[in-house]
Design a protein around this ligand. Structure first.
Ligand SMILES: *[C@@H]1O[C@H](CO)[C@@H](O)[C@H](O)[C@H]1NC(C)=O
Ligand SMILES: *[C@@H]1O[C@H](CO)[C@@H](O)[C@H](O)[C@H]1NC(C)=O
Ligand SMILES: *[C@@H]1O[C@H](CO)[C@@H](O)[C@H](O)[C@H]1NC(C)=O
Length: 439
């Protein structure tokens, strides 16, 4: 015989599971999120994710296709995504799917290019949400009316079409209820004439938040070694003011996007450069005066792009080939060092500080460090715990919504994650987190 108390207990448990109701609501709801990539799942199994430190987690990537009604997810991704959603919900963490990315953004333009296509594309996303029991969609379009990969379809109407599409997505009950975010550039979406849109406030009405991808500001395409993810650049020499969290927030809020709907994208990785010893170190008097056990590095040194170092163990020397667009590529390594990879390769010690024998410099303006191995002439600009702590404080002081870390697997023993959470004063308290966009 069913007793009445047993029935109501079951009904309660069921609704709590399905709707992922927050444990408590709070005015200081924060987004503490990360991307979990299918291609690094082997290095960070889902069991290794620090679920209690995130409010949501987004799976990367699903890709656009020539058909707006078809969103591509590889078979291997489908399995991981199902497991991710299940484990996220067991941990009261919202599960999102990121659509697009560098190689998956080719067909956003046509997917939102006409009323008919927008309807089909919205339906396709909602079907994904339904099929995988997702709490939302993160749209990583790189970039509206601006070339990324090299063969993306682009149109000068991309930004207005994107807005029309988001309105359509939100016009349904399911679309209204889920989290909709977009990961984008540190400058506002390009307007029809190619310049940054001066008023992006209508986007704030249809997005839960925008994530500003403040990384890859400098890389091996740059003229000199510079910070991957500067907190500030207004204090840098003029020729090196190429973007930062400070300038990104200024650009977006000046264009009418509210700070409390901005999530700061942060990187758990850095770029490496081949820098000769002659160029690597600051002058002898300076290093003698300021260096302790490490030797002070020069600011913005030149590097030899033809001698790209190999990054950490996830990097590989790719053979000359063709890229996703069919264009020939020279091959070679990416040179990416994840934070964990800097420790693994011995540039940093287990505690995340520079290993013995390495050159080091912490740049006060960008609040990011550089480490240099004289043996391999490899310099890496990256983020450490101090950088993440400074970014966390900036998020709190600027009234931003939170952070999104690319990518979950890059951290080492949560050093970066804990530092940014502490900087924001959120810690492991799930009361301060919102689920399903419900605050
Ligand atoms: C709509 O989608 C179709 C593909 O199904 C594409 O050929 C067409 O160009 C799209 N329309 C626009 C205006 O982008
Ligand atoms: C959306 O949320 C409202 C209020 O929480 C709920 O009544 C409604 O059933 C939800 N709709 C869908 C399609 O989930
Ligand atoms: C950089 O910051 C440190 C710590 O806040 C401070 O001691 C140092 O004087 C600063 N250096 C410069 C050049 O501003």
């Amino acid at each position: 015989m069913w007793s009445v108390p047993a029935l109501s207990f079951l009904a309660l448990a069921h609704s709590a599971y399905v709707r992922a109701v927050p444990v408590c609501s709070s005015a200081s709801a924060a987004v503490a999120t990360t991307w979990y990539t299918g291609w690094h799942a082997q290095y960070m199994p889902l069991e290794g994710v620090s679920w209690d430190k995130y409010s949501s987690i987004s799976y990367a990537f699903a890709m656009t296709t020539p058909d707006p009604s078809v969103i591509l997810l590889q078979d291997s991704d489908k399995d991981i995504l199902r497991n991710l959603v299940e484990m996220a919900h067991q941990n009261n963490v919202a599960a999102l799917l990121t659509v697009g990315g560098w190689t998956g953004s080719r067909y956003f333009s046509t997917a939102v290019g006409s009323a008919e296509n927008r309807t089909q594309f919205a339906r396709a996303l909602l079907d994904m949400v339904d099929k995988y029991n997702l709490d939302g969609i993160d749209i990583d379009w790189e970039y509206p009316n601006k070339q990324g990969l090299g063969c993306n379809i682009i149109s000068n109407q991309d930004t207005p079409n994107f807005l029309s599409f988001l309105r359509e997505l939100r016009s349904t009950d399911e679309g209204r209820n889920m989290t909709v975010s977009t990961a984008t550039s540190i400058v506002p979406f390009a307007s029809p004439n190619g310049t940054p849109t001066t008023d992006v406030s209508p986007f704030a009405e249809v997005l839960d938040y925008v994530t500003l991808m403040n990384y890859d500001v400098f890389g091996t395409w740059s003229a000199a070694v510079g910070p991957n993810a500067p907190l500030d650049d207004t204090c840098a020499p003029p020729q090196y003011q190429q973007g930062s969290a400070v300038s990104a927030i200024s650009a977006w809020t000046t264009a009418g996007f509210p700070a409390n709907k901005i999530v700061l994208g942060v990187g758990s990785y850095g770029h490496s450069y081949f820098v000769s010893q002659d160029n690597a170190f600051a002058d002898a008097t300076q290093s003698a005066a300021q260096a302790s056990e490490t030797t002070l590095l020069a600011a913005y040194p030149p590097f030899d792009a033809s001698l790209q170092p190999l990054g950490d163990s996830w990097d590989a020397v790719e053979p000359a080939s063709t890229d996703a667009c069919g264009n020939p590529t020279a091959g070679g390594p990416s040179g990416i060092f994840n934070f964990r990879g800097l420790i693994e390769k011995g540039l940093l010690a287990e505690d995340g500080t520079p290993a013995a024998g390495m050159g080091f410099r912490f740049d006060n303006c960008s609040q990011t460090p550089y480490v240099y191995s004289p043996q391999t002439s490899t310099m890496v600009s990256y983020d450490d715990a101090q950088s993440f702590a400074a970014k966390g404080q900036f998020i709190q002081q600027s009234g931003l919504l939170g952070f999104a870390m690319w990518e979950a697997a890059g951290d080492y023993e949560d050093m970066l994650l804990d530092a940014i959470s502490d900087g924001m004063s959120i810690g492991g308290d799930s009361c301060s987190m919102s689920l399903n966009g419900v605050i």
